[in-house]
Design a binder for this molecule. Sequence first.
Ligand code: LMR
Length: 322
Amino acid sequence: MAALAAGAMATSFLAAAEPVEIKFSHVVAENTPKGQAALKFKELVEQRLPGEYKVSVFPNSQLFGDNNELAALLLNDVQFVAPSLSKFERYTKRLQLFDLPFLFKDMDAVEKFQMSDAGQSLLGSMKRKGIVGLGYLHNGMKQFSANEPLKLPKDASGKKFRVMASDVLAAQFDAVNAMAVKKPFSEVFTLLQTRAIDGQENTWSNTYSQKFYEVQSYITESNHGVLDYMVVTSDTFWKSLPADKRKVLQACMSEAIAYGNSLANEQNMKDRQLIIDSKMSQVVELTADERKAWVDAMKPVWGKFEDQIGKDMIDAAVAANN
Ligand code: LMR
């Protein structure tokens, strides 16, 4: 703490001489909504605080991956990260809300909930753990992929699926008698390629940019859940900044998030088409009855997590569908 404060003070003296480096680390490729938002943040900060701050962006788990990025943030080894909302379970159970299967009907509902008072209150849900939420960043809806077509829940039975480190996502696959394996994002391609796992769930942009479609024959257009992010910093770092600089950084981040969000849907649709054009993976569309079978099988998961998440939050999220 004291060291950080001293560091910040030293930093402001040094500002005239050498720009202070701020690190933004993430796990995805640069040609994704999160990758683009991080680069926009760098551009804006270096434009508005020239010579004072420089932003180094580390994509593709180059600096930190799923297993250590939040710990690194709390140690001030990195100043901004944007993990998916599924990856905060060790710091708060409230964000498990976003993993409930078939909670949001589309990204408009997700946006509406995130902008509501209930959604905004969750940005502060890790304050006591020293983590400050600066905003939500979109990726999009998740699809299931496997080497056999998944049309009905029974098609997933007995198969192994990679999930992010989330008990809700594990329960979602338990509900269809499949096995969930929690693994970092950086390992997914190899696990699929070597057939150590049968399938995974992700957005079109991640499935395309990580080449999962090259090692998965079928992608079911299930839109069964959301994969979004929270851009976070550490309370200690944030407070150590001079108030006027913090204000500029916050504005740059808000604009970078808005930019990423404006790209997300288009990027996912573009990458969906590129996957179809590649002919390496076939997109499986569900009939209304097939989709209902997945909803019926997976929705009971909500009840298991209601106490941890809070019924008020679930109700507020459901209301955003209207
Ligand atoms: C995943 O682990 O599948 C995603 O959270 C990766 C990401 O950051 O989009």
